[in-house]
Design a protein around this ligand. Structure first.
Ligand code: PLP
Length: 495
């Protein structure tokens, strides 16, 4: 059966998966959602025997129904190859009573690689299928990790260009160095004077600018997005939850059909939404534990039904989660309204005009699968240290938000359900914060001295992504104000 995609905000015409991937965002400002969530058509026992690539095909074929089998398999083979440092692609490590699903074994050592290593292939295949002649210009706002993963994915891909906006001063030193050293003639990186929400809003405004779109078209360009608002990002993220369940079953850690919880360190709500879609497809998932850092808008939302971004933006040591407007929550809100586009549009209008909205009691019931959690900086640092001391396992600062939150949840509820924690970044990417958590005395050391120390204490070899930036020259040093993003794009493209 063909699955078509529609907007969360209006009854505009339905489009195919490949068209939704090309567009990124709906012209009405809404996000594309599948008109129905497909059910898994393989048994859990069958899935347990599959490789990552085979699992990817079984999940993605159900959503990208206008892709031919060989097209989709081609995309999967090109994405999940030696760019990953393990054949398992996403291995599971049991530690401290939880299962850490390591999603950071790709080229840029954060979970964004899971989707961004396949998105360029999905995008160019979609362009071919739809007879697109224009060059595709990817605009991406990043809180630190998406930017590098998207740059690496799209660098020198024919028929595409990519521009990344990151908050200058709002990302880790390693994250910034990774981006500004990016090679590839079609890449562009801009540090904006503003935070991630400003970058994301700026990009959304550029997408919504009809006059600019016409000018672009005349010059042979069209925009698309590599942010997790693109369905081509969301669908590949469902895969690893299905794969994780299969692996746990295969290893005898769980019985067939046994429910597991998942705990996800959350920012833009893309990763945990993918887990929710996996649950709706029939994967036995109990609770979806949504862990926030000190920017705990989502924790407050799940607790009270009020989403309120009117608060101080806090810079934490988990910068990829320093977000007050979680874009993908709109897809959950849409579902909770009973797929009522007008109701969803009205809540989102309230968010953009007043910075807040409140859901009805009826909608709250539809959110009951989720539980909002939060952990402070001190709690995260304590967790990193204790896990290292008891298990010799070193986790990154984002994963620590989930792990520390989970400890509090288990203590408060007594819920003993086995839990998969989405481990979203290599600790090398946030080396300074992690090493300081383990020992305060590390605060005074140089970045690369700390990296060498981390290798010694963790026993994990320094990944190539880190070795590369030791010596790589800076290639990008453009900066602009948050109000000048459109001009910066036009200047870069010469339109
Ligand atoms: C992007 C990111 C997150 C947040 O993921 P969302 O899908 O935006 O909720 C968490 N941790 C790391 C390391 C990330 O890069």
């Amino acid at each position: 059966m063909d699955i078509m995609y529609k907007s969360t905000r209006s009854d505009a015409a339905k489009i195919t998966a490949s068209q939704a991937i090309l567009k990124g965002l709906s012209p009405d400002g809404g996000l594309f959602v599948p008109e129905k969530i497909p059910a898994l058509d393989k048994s859990l026992a069958q899935l347990a025997e599959m490789s990552y690539q085979e699992t990817a095909y079984e999940v993605m074929k159900l959503y990208l129904t206008d892709f031919a089998e060989e097209e989709l398999k081609g995309c999967i083979q090109s994405a999940y190859d030696e760019k990953f440092d393990t054949k398992l692609i996403a291995p599971i490590r049991k530690a401290g009573g939880a299962y850490y699903l390591e999603l950071f074994h790709g080229a840029t050592i954060a979970f964004k690689d899971m989707a961004l290593s396949i998105l360029p292939h999905l995008m160019t295949t979609s362009a071919k299928k739809n007879g697109v002649k224009n060059e595709i210009v990817i605009l991406t706002a990043t809180s630190g990790d998406t930017g590098k993963a998207a740059l690496a994915g799209f660098a020198d891909v024919p028929g595409t260009r990519i521009c990344v906006f990151y908050p200058k001063g709002g990302v880790s030193a390693v994250q910034e160095k990774q981006m500004v050293t990016q090679t590839g003639d079609n890449t562009h990186v801009i540090g904006i004077h503003g935070n991630f929400d400003d970058a994301q809003t700026g990009v959304k405004n550029i997408f919504g600018d009809k006059e600019l779109a016409a000018k672009m078209d005349a010059a042979g360009f069209q925009f698309s997005s590599a942010n997790s608002i693109n369905i081509g990002r969301l669908v590949p993220q469902i895969v690893y939850y299905v794969y994780a369940y299969g692996q746990l079953l295969k290893q005898g850690e769980i019985a067939e059909g046994e429910k597991i919880n998942v705990c996800v360190p959350t920012g833009n709500f893309g990763n945990i939404l993918a887990a929710y879609y996996a649950k709706l497809m029939g994967l036995p998932i109990g609770k979806l534990l949504c862990a926030s850092n000190e920017n705990k808008v989502l924790y407050d939302f799940f607790g009270t039904g009020v989403y309120d971004r009117n608060r101080e933006f806090i810079l934490t040591s988990s910068p990829s989660m320093d977000i007050l407007i979680s874009s993908n929550l709109e897809r959950l809100i849409y579902r909770a309204t009973g797929e009522d586009q007008a109701a969803c549009a009205s809540l989102m209008r309230s968010l953009s005009e007043n910075g807040k909205y409140e859901v009805t009691d009826e909608m709250k019931k539809a959110l009951a699968d989720f539980c909002g959690l939060t952990a402070s900086e001190a709690e995260c640092f304590a967790k990193i240290r204790s896990l290292y001391e008891t298990e010799g396992y070193v986790i990154d600062t984002h994963t620590a938000v989930a792990a520390a939150s989970l400890d509090k949840y288990v203590k408060a509820t007594g819920d003993q359900t086995k839990t998969v924690i989405a481990s979203t970044a290599s600790p090398y990417k946030f080396c300074r914060a992690v090493m300081t958590a383990i020992d305060d005395a590390n605060a005074d050391k140089e970045d690369f001295a700390l990296i060498d120390d981390m290798e010694r204490i963790s026993g994990v070899v320094i990944p190539p992504a880190i070795e590369q930036i030791r010596t790589a020259p800076v290639r990008h040093n453009t900066q602009c104000d948050k109000t000048e993003m459109k001009q910066a794009v036009c200047q870069w493209l010469g339109v």
